[in-house]
Design a protein around this ligand. Sequence first.
Ligand code: ADP
Ligand code: MG
Length: 378
Amino acid sequence: MIQIKTLDSLPLPARVFYRVDYNVPLDGTTITDATRIEETLPTLRLLREKGCPVVIASHLGRPKGEVKPKYSLAPVRAKLAELLGADVQWAGDCIGSEAQAKAAALKGGEVLLLENLRFHSGEEKNDAAFAQELRKLADVYLNDAFGACHRAHASIDALPRLFPPNQIAGGLLLAREIEFLQKVTNVSERPFVALFGGAKIAGKIEPLEALVKLADTVLIGGGMANTFLAAKGKKMGKSLGAEVMLPVDLVVADSLDHPTIVEKISESDVPDTLMALDIGPETIERYAAKIAGAKMVFWNGPMGVFEKEEFAKGTMAMAKAVAEAKATTVVGGGESVEAVKSSGYADRISHISTGGGASLEFIAGETLPGVEVLKTGN
Ligand code: ADP
Ligand code: MG
């Protein structure tokens, strides 16, 4: 059981360095999904109510240690001000004299957003000197950037180590992420059904192995299923413990962008000229039945190319099944979360993880540097 230091253990009010994950999707300077900002509002409101001056820091994209305007957090500043209903001050560099002066001048309840941490190479290098510069900005450290906790970067790892142990904690969002992901890894309820799909096989083998050990049933879909069907993976699955189910039918097409042929076929005979892009109706029925009987569900990875209407049925049907299950339900993964949101069932899922890679690493049993440093007893 992992327990982290929480907000209520901090000596507040105090000047807070608040590490968040505002790595939001952008279309130019327009934020296309503000979830990651919205998710930090409860912690921010609490800090402001307690009279804390708050210095907010985040990364955005991969500027690789250089100042690249397209990765500026400026659009986030505007959105945050709108959502918070308060002025958000701005420092054009996350370290240095401007940031220090503005942080020092903040009054209780005021908020300052720093420019992208990754404009400095020290962030990704977990550089001690860079962390020392960030340390100058506040008296306590609070982390809600679950999506970045699997990276030993300066603002996640080196920085909290520079504070006294009773002056660091995880925020409300981080605490909730860990609470729900631990319900999954501890299998707090059974039957536990894991639903696993998506396109990226790399990085998913370890979490899949972990789920096969933890779950009662693992349902496989998406591009992931194709790999298993090709390898006739059924037997391997059984030998590891859980019942592993693969699609019994598929939706196949000749092209992703301009399909002229879209048909449903059994799993055994995908012709050379076609590709499988969704699970079929019989598979949907079987998987939905399994999910309906579950007390715990973890879902990562869409069942098909849900971005295209022709191939979205499997994913949307699973979203409905997961939402309707009388179970603790946890969804993690970038596109998985996107799919659940577009299904309209998001508010009926127990927990939607904001950390794609981080949630999978947690499920796989790996230690996350950002969580490790915040454990109680440190
Ligand atoms: P997540 O971000 O939820 O962890 P992945 O990144 O692994 O999931 O995969 C998401 C992508 O998988 C989606 O964009 C979807 O279009 C794609 N996908 C799902 N099924 C298939 C398939 N059968 N063939 C190709 N791509 C697929
Ligand atoms: Mg993804």
